[in-house]
Design a protein around this ligand. Structure first.
Ligand SMILES: [Zn+2]
Length: 391
């Protein structure tokens, strides 16, 4: 999280500002300054944006603290110009848990709206919806309407936004989880196209970004749910590669390059008497070539911090661990002997094969429910629950 600045932590959850967020603050300041030619108006415009993002943090905490009640920790909350993102360790596949976690965010905005409305009533302040035109004069009313927009916008069924997660959870009460995800993702992509069109018509770049976020997010999540459905109940043995190239501790970088160029393997186990001592990944190999002599032994540069699995281990759990740790190859070990390699590529192949076979299988053979599912961005595989700010 190098591009983000930690601004604090709440209940043990780190809160970060992405650097692009500072661009937004500068843009807002300039916008108000140019419009009003007054420093006061520019500062109050900025004050309003800060208040909005405090509401966005509270929204994300709504998700995070609900998730904690179900035993799901949150890694971090990050603020981007288009909204906040709470990175949950995972999204529970029990539909009702996902439902409450998704609702937890917008519920906070509804609560803030009620508090501000009561405040305005008590002080006789204005509720005018045009308060947004003059935020300096009607800060509370502006903030109240923005919270209404935040709640409504996030509840639109644009999976993977909150409303889309609510939809998926409700569908999953009656359907197969992967099927429910697919339906929610289709609705989400249709919404994304709609957001994109409106964004273009209104020249609204934030809405265009949100459209892109929803479109790509929906696609990734449905793919992951499908992976999950196919890997559940399958042992690692069934998906592992048993023909692969290994390197000896004494082999050199030059030997490794020959193997890399001669075959399709990307990652090479470094073995001695059948025991794995390290894993030389393509990236490390390339890096090592610029740092070391070609005659350097691979044993000295191979990665020692890899994790291993066993042939009987459940494929879905190992697959989840692989996406969480952004790891494309896992050695499969029986006793102390290396017996296979599990790669994302051959898990993908297994899915293609099973999918082709299943279209001919009787319906009862298809899998019904999933105990948990890895979702979220490809980089860390964690579940994330994003909340775009004001469109
Ligand atoms: Zn949310």
């Amino acid at each position: 999280m190098k591009r983000s600045l930690k601004i604090g932590s709440v209940a043990g959850i780190g809160i970060f500002l992405h650097w692009t967020f500072l661009l937004l603050v500068a843009a807002i300041f300039t916008y108000y300054y140019v419009q009003s030619q007054s420093l006061g108006a520019a500062l109050s415009g900025m004050g309003l944006i800060m208040a909005v993002f405090v509401c966005v943090i509270l929204h994300e905490l709504g998700h995070a603290l609900t998730a904690r009640r179900f035993g799901v920790p949150t890694r971090s909350i990050t603020l981007y110009p288009i909204g906040g993102l709470a990175r949950l360790e995972r999204i529970p596949a029990e539909p009702m848990k996902e439902f409450w976690i998704a609702i937890g965010g917008p519920a906070v905005n509804i609560a803030i709206t009620i508090v501000l409305a009561v405040g305005l009533l008590a002080t006789g302040g204005t509720f005018a919806p045009d308060a947004l035109q003059a935020p300096g004069q009607h800060l509370i009313a502006s903030l109240m309407w923005i919270n209404v927009v935040l709640a409504v916008f996030n509840l639109l069924p644009a999976f993977p936004m909150d409303g889309g997660r609510v939809l998926r959870a409700l569908l999953a009460l009656r359907q197969d989880y992967a099927q429910a995800t697919q339906t929610a993702a289709n609705v989400g992509q249709a919404m994304a196209i709609l957001f994109g069109l409106i964004g273009l018509l209104w020249f609204n770049p934030i809405l265009l970004f949100i459209a892109l976020f929803v479109y790509v997010g929906a696609q990734q999540e449905s793919q992951q749910a499908m992976y999950r459905a196919f890997t559940e109940g399958t042992p690692v043995r069934q998906a592992m590669v048993t023909r692969f190239t290994t390197l000896g501790v004494e082999d050199t970088l030059s030997d490794a390059i020959d193997e890399l160029l001669a075959g399709t393997d990307h990652d090479f186990p470094v073995v001695e008497d059948g025991r794995i001592l390290g894993l030389l990944r393509r990236k490390q190999l390339i890096q090592a070539l610029s740092d070391h002599d070609r005659e350097t032994a691979v044993g000295t540069v191979a990665d020692q911090s890899f994790f291993t699995t066993e042939p009987g281990a459940p494929l879905d759990e190992v697959f989840q661990q692989m996406s969480e740790q952004n790891c494309s190859t896992v050695p499969v070990v029986e006793g102390d002997q290396l017996v296979g390699l599990l790669t994302l590529e051959n898990v993908g192949e297994l899915i293609m094969v099973s999918s082709a076979l299943k279209s001919h299988a009787p319906r009862e053979l298809r899998r019904k429910h999933l105990p948990g599912t890895p979702v979220g961005d490809r980089s860390d595989g964690a579940g994330s629950t994003g909340s775009p700010a004001v469109p």
